[in-house]
Every structure is written in C-alpha cells, then in structure tokens.
Design a protein around this ligand. Structure first.
Ligand SMILES: *[C@@H]1O[C@H](CO)[C@@H](O)[C@H](O)[C@H]1NC(C)=O
Ligand SMILES: *[C@@H]1O[C@H](CO)[C@@H](O)[C@H](O)[C@H]1NC(C)=O
Ligand SMILES: *[C@@H]1O[C@H](CO)[C@@H](O)[C@H](O)[C@H]1NC(C)=O
Ligand SMILES: *[C@@H]1O[C@H](CO)[C@@H](O)[C@H](O)[C@H]1NC(C)=O
Length: 445
C-alpha cells in the first residue's frame, strides 16, 4: 500500500536504472528537447534506445519521436537460454532478432533464466520485444527472497498503463497485484492473493487475463482477483481509469529496500536489504527464477486489441485505447543515433558501418560536447567506463551459479561465496549501467 505512490514501472527508475545527472528529464508538462526527443520509461530524454521500448509519446518532443512498437505475437518463451536476449545497447527494434531486451545480469541455470541482483547492484529487468494489446500472459516462476528484495512480473505500456504481480521477499505466501492507468497512483488499486505453499521454493503459474472489460489475476489456474473496467469510471476526467494500451511483459528483480529509496518503498519492501545475507553468501546474489512465459494475444478483428499489422503507434496524446493505431509502420532503427522521425540516422557511410569518427558528438544539432543519450539509464558515452564487454548480457551457459559470467565461472555455488565484491561496477549511485554503454562503439551496427 505505502508504495502505491509509485507505479512499479516508475519505481524501477531507482532500480534497474541509475540516473545520470546530465540527462534531461521529461514529464507531461516538460517534453523532451528536439535534440534528445525521446522520453524513456524512466522519464529521461535521449535518442536510440530511448525511442524504442518504453518511449512515452506523451512526454516526448512529438508523438512520432518514439519508434512504433512491434505488435503482439502468440509465443511460448522457454526460459532456458539467453540466445534470444539482447542488452538494450545491442537492440535496434527488430523483434526477429530478440525476444527479450534488458539490463542487468540475467543468466542461465539448469534450464531456467535467473534474474540476478549481485551485492549493491540495482538488479535485472527484462522486457519482451513485442507488445500485448489485451490478451493473456502467464509466467512460471519462483520469486526471490529476503528483506527489501522485490520480484515483479508486470505488463507495462509506453504510456505507463500497468498490470502487476509483485512479490516482496519477506512474504513468500502473497502475490501482490495492482494496476495503474497512465501511471496515476491510486491507493485503492492493489489487492493480495494468497499463494499456497511458498513462492521462493516452488514454481507457481502467475497469470494475467486482460480484456477491454476486465482483468483477472490467476495463480496456478485459479482466479485470485478480478477487476472490471466498469468499476473504474473517473467522472472528473470522463474516462475509464483502466489499463488499455499495448504493453510489454516485464520481469525483474530490484532493490525496493535500497537505502536510496523513499521510506515508504523500503517499508513496503520489508526493510533495508542485507547485502551480507545468507543468500548472498551462498549464491553471490539474490535471484528470481523464470521457467516459461506464455503470451496469447487478444483475438479480435477490430480495434481495440488487434495485432494484424506490424506495429502500434499513438495518434493522439490522450493515449487511450481509441488512439492506438495498429499499422504497418517500421519498427527498426539503423543505429542507436536514430529516432522515430529519423530512423536511418547513422547509416551514412558506404560500408553501412560508420567509422568511429562519425561518432555522435558532432552529429547532434546544437550539441555541445555531450551527445544525447542513447540507452535509457546509460551514462554519457564519453564518461562511460568503456569497459565494454562487462556490460553486455552475461553470456553464460552456466550449469553452475556464477555471479559475473564475464569472469571466471569455474566456481561452484559454494565456491562463489567470496565473490560478493564482483558486482561492484554496478554499485548503486555509481554510473552502474554506464558500462553497458561503451556506446561510441556499440551504436555502430
Ligand atoms: C479510494 O477508496 C476510498 C474508500 O472507498 C474512497 O473514499 C476514495 O475516493 C478512493 N480514492 C480514489 C482515488 O478513488
Ligand atoms: C498485501 O499484503 C502485504 C503484506 O505482504 C500488506 O502489507 C498489504 O497491506 C496488503 N495489501 C492489501 C491491499 O491487502
Ligand atoms: C480522476 O482522475 C484524476 C486525474 O488523474 C485523479 O486525480 C482522481 O483521483 C481520479 N478520481 C477518481 C475517483 O479516481
Ligand atoms: C476503448 O475504446 C472504446 C472506444 O473509444 C471505448 O468505448 C472503451 O470504453 C475503451 N476501453 C477502455 C478500457 O477504456
């Protein structure tokens, strides 16, 4: 309840992403500037990845700054490899190239994907590359545990409509559910479902059935909560305060109990995180386990809720379901210099591979020495640690627990107990994810 001030998508702001001070922020009242036109899920302005998944057209320079969003696809995502995962710094908007994009440290362990949160880190978040405009989504998963450790499985739209499952690591018998219309907080929207057994030790199926008329949350096939659109009329605004726009599936682990968070959030998450817990000593990180995610698109011939074309975009800033267009517009950028209105930017040379001398700095209209940001949560390419490889998705096929797949993975779980310091380049407050942006190089595809 206390955390209801922040929608989860917004809460992740302080979690999977570390804000760089020099990045312009955006809101409904303050749209992004022309040279960094795209407003990310975390309300920061930039180009490239900022204009892809999560780009909020209402807060961007113009409605078409954001790149159209790939339409829904029926799919069973077997979470047993990272072959179909890309770090957001490597993704240009083609869902054929990846099922999931994200930030942090996912890894494979025994035919499951673990989302990990190493000591002092900000966790891991993955999002599907396609958007669901109503439909069903089910995740077979085990939560993390421990005070302050939060696991989430949510639907999140670019205009911040949201339908949630959230789990706090001090209560392994409860699935907390919630929903938001355009990110507007409402203390009355949450509800709990009791889970038989234990959310950490056992796999359970958590499901969201979302139609234009109601949302059902099901645990292990049993309806635990229903919310009808008819109960959400807002007579002041003359609209349904009901999630209604195409949404990505997002799964994450994040430090709700970080000392950097507001007290309400920390309390809700069960207190401050113990970075020296048994869990950390034993495994080297907190983690949540995903076995399978299934998406079934809503079946309808006429909007709202179609998935006939290639992409969705918004034709009006109200961003209600009647403003979503199911279209054949392109969804891909040529490079991370591009935006919705200049999708081929960065494709200027004969080789198709711009030399590093065509790096962004001088290509930015009105730009000084600081190029616009290209990866949400990423730092300035000029100040990024540039340790390149350490930023990518850990390419682990670990049959053992490893904390940082780019380093030696020879330890067994037990041997890893002293490796707690490895996550240091992702410490809170440092430019944690700046490392993902060895950008000057990465944007050259
Ligand atoms: C929440 O519920 C209370 C009690 O039913 C009601 O008085 C209040 O107006 C509701 N708040 C919103 C924002 O709907
Ligand atoms: C849900 O359960 C948590 C404890 O896990 C509690 O703090 C919260 O108030 C409950 N929310 C509702 C809506 O009952
Ligand atoms: C209606 O919407 C306004 C603006 O978002 C909000 O402040 C208000 O609480 C809503 N009213 C209800 C009853 O939900
Ligand atoms: C979706 O749009 C239609 C047409 O504008 C409207 O009648 C309906 O209430 C909307 N649904 C929701 C959930 O807002």
């Amino acid at each position: 309840m206390v955390r209801a001030l922040l929608s989860l998508g917004a809460a992740l702001l302080g979690a999977a992403v570390v804000l760089a001070d020099d990045i312009p922020t955006c809101s409904l009242d303050k749209k992004c500037p022309k040279e960094a036109p795209c407003c990310s899920q975390y309300n920061q302005c930039g180009v490239g990845a900022f204009c892809l998944g999560g780009c909020d057209p209402r807060m961007s320079y113009s409605l078409d700054s954001c790149v159209p969003a790939p339409v829904c696809e029926d799919k069973v995502y077997k979470m047993d490899s990272l072959d179909r995962y890309k770090d957001i710094s490597e993704y240009l908007g083609d869902p054929k190239t990846a099922d999931w994009v994200g930030q942090g440290e996912p890894l494979v362990y025994k035919d499951n994907i673990l989302l990990t949160m190493p000591p002092k880190s900000v966790g891991t978040v993955l999002a599907t590359t396609t958007y669901m405009w109503y439909g069903k989504v089910k995740a077979r998963m085990k939560t993390s545990r421990g005070a302050g450790v939060v696991t989430a499985f949510i639907l999140f739209s670019d205009v911040k409509d949201e339908i949630d499952y959230e789990f706090v690591g001090v209560d392994l018998q409860t699935a907390q559910t919630n929903y938001y219309f355009q990110g507007i907080p409402d203390y009355n929207n949450s509800g709990n479902i009791t889970v038989k057994g234990d959310t950490y030790d056992e796999f359970h199926d958590y499901e969201i059935e979302w139609t234009p008329d109601e949302i059902k949350w099901l645990v292990d096939g049993k309806v635990g909560r229903t919310k009808k659109r008819s109960e959400t009329w807002n007579s002041t605004m003359n609209q349904w305060d009901y999630p209604q726009t195409p949404s990505r599936v997002q799964i994450s682990i994040w430090p709700g109990g970080s000392e950097k968070n507001a007290k309400g959030t920390v309390d809700w998450a069960g207190g401050l995180i113990d970075w020296d817990s048994d869990e950390i000593k034993h495994f080297g990180y907190y983690f949540a386990t995903f076995s399978e995610v299934t998406v079934e698109c809503y079946k309808t011939d006429s909007p709202p809720g179609t998935s006939k074309g290639r992409s969705y975009y918004y034709n009006d800033i109200r961003a209600t379901n009647d403003t979503v267009v199911d279209s054949n517009k392109r969804t891909t950028l040529k490079s991370l210099l591009g935006t919705g209105t200049d999708m081929d930017k960065g494709d200027g040379t004969t080789s198709g591979k711009p030399s590093s001398s065509s790096a962004p700095v001088n290509n930015i209209p009105g730009g000084g020495s600081t190029p616009p940001n290209q990866v949400p949560g990423g730092g300035n390419p000029n100040t990024g640690s540039g340790s390149g490889s350490s930023g990518g998705a850990p390419a682990c096929d670990a049959s053992i627990f490893t904390q940082n797949c780019n380093e030696d993975s020879s330890g067994s779980g037990a041997d890893n107990k002293n490796n707690g310091a490895r996550g240091v380049d992702r410490t809170l407050g440092a430019s944690a994810f700046a490392v993902i942006v060895g950008l000057a190089g990465l944007m050259l595809i």
